[in-house]
Design a protein around this ligand. Structure first.
Ligand SMILES: *Cc1c(COP(=O)(O)O)cnc(C)c1O
Length: 221
């Protein structure tokens, strides 16, 4: 089941697009199974789950943090993760920078864009991305490499398109600024429901959970 869905998704992804298997609520054994099926990157939302999975899987995969990162968890996060996709404030970026400096690491980061401008959700509003990125570009131990967005959840995936389009335009606009110390390379958009739409709008990282692992028994968010 896992093997089949991974094989199918990988065979359909265009060249240059990276698949992140979103592993929230899954057991370390399931994470191992997706890696054996060919997944190279695991996405984790919770530090505790990531630590359990990392203890089993280690460096057989790359690790992307895709949840909401709290300041007091950054020290643990920088040890495990190869990329943090959800930076949305200068405070969290500075903390990542500080903790990375202490262990001699430079952390690739993405800015999370709240493309639906939903009050209850994390991420910066599109209009606030540029000033944040300028501030972050001064940090030495983080490397800004692109944008990530979730977008509002819809029954009809087509309804997600405008949010992906807006995020891509923002991505292109920031790329054209040619700011120092940043390298706009990744656009992380699209989950099980709408990843095909996201691919059509320029995503080169897709984060897929339920289509790989099956429906989640319970939702945390
Ligand atoms: C859960 C989650 C996903 C995957 O969602 P599915 O609908 O299960 O594919 C992707 N990105 C983030 C940030 C998530 O929290």
């Amino acid at each position: 089941m896992i093997k089949q869905s991974v094989t199918q998704i990988l065979s359909e992804l265009p060249d240059g697009v990276e698949l992140v298997a979103a592993a929230k609520t899954r057991k370390p054994e399931e994470v191992l199974e997706v890696i054996e099926a060919g997944v190279k990157i695991i996405g984790e939302n919770y530090i505790q789950e990531a630590e359990s999975a990392y203890a089993v899987v280690g460096n057989r995969a790359k690790w992307h943090f895709i949840g909401h990162l709290q300041r007091n968890k950054v020290k643990k996060a920088v040890k495990i993760f190869d990329m943090i996709e959800t930076v949305d404030s200068i405070e969290i970026a500075q903390e990542i920078d500080k903790r990375c400096a202490q262990i001699g690491k430079v952390m690739p980061i993405l800015i999370e864009i709240n493309s639906g401008r939903e009050k209850q959700k994390t991420g910066v509003y599109p209009e606030n991305a540029e000033p944040l990125i300028k501030d972050i570009s001064a940090l030495q131990n983080t490397r800004l490499m692109g944008l990530m967005t979730m977008g509002p959840r819809f029954g009809n995936p087509e309804d997600s398109r405008p949010y992906f389009v807006e995020t891509r335009k923002l991505f292109e606009g920031i790329k054209e600024l040619n700011l120092p110390n940043i390298e706009m390379r990744y656009l992380s958009m699209g989950m099980t429901n709408a990843y095909k739409i996201a691919l059509g709008e320029g995503a080169n990282i897709v984060r897929i959970g339920s289509k790989i692992f099956g429906e989640r028994a319970y939702e945390r968010s």
